[in-house]
Write a protein of this length. Structure first.
Length: 298
């Protein structure tokens, strides 16, 4: 029988994801879920309910609990190399670090005297460099706090020591969103929601980016566009797109689409074997099992 929840575009999809997937809903009744992040040591999932200004936590033992509220209407989350939480906040237009004692410290707030748009998604390199995208979604009703945009562009930045002086790496995106490194850390993939494609950049020795060609496009039926993006342990890229989650090989072949029950914003690999994919989709958080393990964010 054909797969029910998969659109197979290349038979290799079965070796990466499986012949089909089963959705388990672990949370519901949210306003809009985003920023899933798995903690491998303590075995819990964080995610943001942006419009609810609520950073939630789920574990198999405790179920759904509150991690932080209010949370600056946080979106993308990751861990730094010391295991501390990094968060992109829509309401405050900043990137923050949560220290071991719980104190929240701004890492990026302004560029050349102007407030950032609304940091959206974030990754940390193996060497500790922090990169984030900065579209204006957090300045709109529901997803953030309505207010005028101060910067005349939507860019990709790297954090520096001064929160008011992050390094601008690229400024020619329409709506930069999800991002992830290649397995060797030599390339950075960044997608553009409005243009429905993924671009790839070479990471230079000083952390700057070069190139930026279009690497792949997300095409198909159904709601959705490039948003959250993750890499698995074989270098395959999972990217939100029409219908749910598109799975690409390391050489940009679109293997197919995981059809998600709700409009999909992001995903994260988790559980002990990293073969569970946690999916933030509108009002819910789902879990599916895949064949190729993902990579830990920590």
């Amino acid at each position: 029988m054909p797969a029910v929840n998969l659109e197979v575009r290349d038979p290799r999809l079965a070796a990466v994801v499986g012949p089909d997937v089963t959705f388990e809903r672990i949370a519901s009744s949210c306003l809009f879920t985003e920023g899933p992040l798995w903690h491998p040591r303590d075995r819990y999932l964080l995610w943001s309910d942006m419009p609810g200004d609520h950073l939630r936590r789920w574990s198999a033992q405790e179920g759904v609990t509150t991690f932080r509220k209010p949370c600056g209407m946080s979106n993308g989350l990751t861990w730094d190399r010391q295991g501390r939480l990094l968060a992109c906040e829509h309401a405050s237009s900043q990137v923050t670090l949560t220290r071991a004692d719980g104190a929240v410290t701004p890492l990026a707030t302004h560029f050349q005297g102007k407030q950032l748009n609304s940091p959206n998604d974030i990754v940390c390199s193996a060497g500790g460099d922090i990169y984030f995208t900065d579209p204006p979604y957090g300045r709109a009703e529901f997803y953030g706090v309505p207010r005028s945009q101060e910067l005349p562009f939507q860019g990709v930045f790297r954090v520096r020591s001064d929160p008011k002086s992050p390094t601008l790496l690229v400024d020619d995106f329409d709506r930069p969103n999800g991002l992830c490194f290649s397995l060797d850390g030599q390339r950075l993939f960044v997608n553009d929601t409005a243009r429905q494609h993924i671009r790839v950049f070479d990471v230079k020795g000083d952390g700057a980016l070069a190139g930026g060609r279009v690497w792949a496009e997300t095409k198909g039926e159904g709601s959705g566009a490039p948003d959250g993006m993750k890499l698995d342990s074989q270098g395959n890229i999972y990217c939100c797109g029409p219908g749910g989650i598109h799975v690409f090989t390391p050489d940009a072949v679109d293997l197919g689409v995981i059809w998600v029950p709700e409009h999909t914003a992001n995903m994260a690999f988790g559980d002990d074997d990293f073969r569970s994919l946690y999916i933030t989709a509108s009002t819910s958080v789902y879990r599916i099992r895949v064949r190729v393990p993902g990579l830990p964010a920590l």
